[in-house]
Ligand binder design. Structure first.
Ligand code: IMP
Length: 190
């Protein structure tokens, strides 16, 4: 089975490729000659995941899936949430986003948070959604160089390492994305 993963994020692509079984071949956007930014203008993770997957299905005609992920921090009313990518402004970097979260949490003792991923799958025009979440807490300082995005400031519950201090397999055993992917794979092999 071939499925396009509708993302321009090489880190997400590599994580997903290591999570799906050999029977599912994941194609990147480059491999289908899609070299454009995908629209992502919805106010919800579900809406954005569907929007990205639909864009690829409608314009390129491939069965595909897309993920949208947000970091939800309790002490700041679930921010950055669906705005995780551009939390510190248009064209901001992961460093700026993490800095803003740490700044907003300065002096706060409640550091609880979670990553939430929604995956939208489209096969022959039929849409199905999957979700995964990983609960944890925001550290006081950045730590680690693996992974991407907010990984250096997030420690999953029951761990004493941030996601950025784990290798891909360790993160993949417990992450929000891997839980959503497990649901997706179970659906494909049902
Ligand atoms: P999106 O799902 O590509 O819209 O990602 C939203 C934001 O969350 C981006 O800033 C990503 O870097 C960040 N992000 C997505 N997944 C992860 C993850 O697994 N770890 C850390 N940050 C992530």
């Amino acid at each position: 089975m071939k499925l396009v993963f509708a993302t321009n994020n090489p880190n997400k692509l590599s994580e997903i490729q290591s999570l799906v079984p050999d029977g599912i071949e994941i194609l990147s956007l480059k491999e289908i000659n899609c070299n454009e930014e995908l629209p992502e203008t919805n106010p919800t993770l579900k809406g954005n995941a569907l929007q990205k997957a639909k864009y690829v299905f409608d314009n390129y005609g491939f069965n595909c899936f897309a993920d949208d992920t947000g970091l939800e921090v309790d002490a700041i009313n679930g921010e950055p949430g669906v705005y995780s990518a551009r939390y510190a402004g248009e064209d901001c970097k992961a460093e700026d986003n993490m800095k803003k979260v740490l700044q907003k949490l300065k002096g706060k003792t409640n550091r609880t948070s979670k990553f939430r991923t929604v995956i939208a799958l489209i096969i022959d025009g039929k849409e199905t959604l999957f979700e995964g979440e990983c609960k944890g807490s925001i550290t006081r300082n950045k730590s680690g160089v693996e992974g991407f995005g907010y990984d250096p400031i997030f420690t999953p519950n029951g761990c004493n390492l941030t996601f950025a201090e784990m290798n891909k397999d360790e993160k993949g055993a417990i992450s929000h994305r891997s839980k959503a992917v497990k649901e997706l794979v179970a659906f494909l092999y049902r």
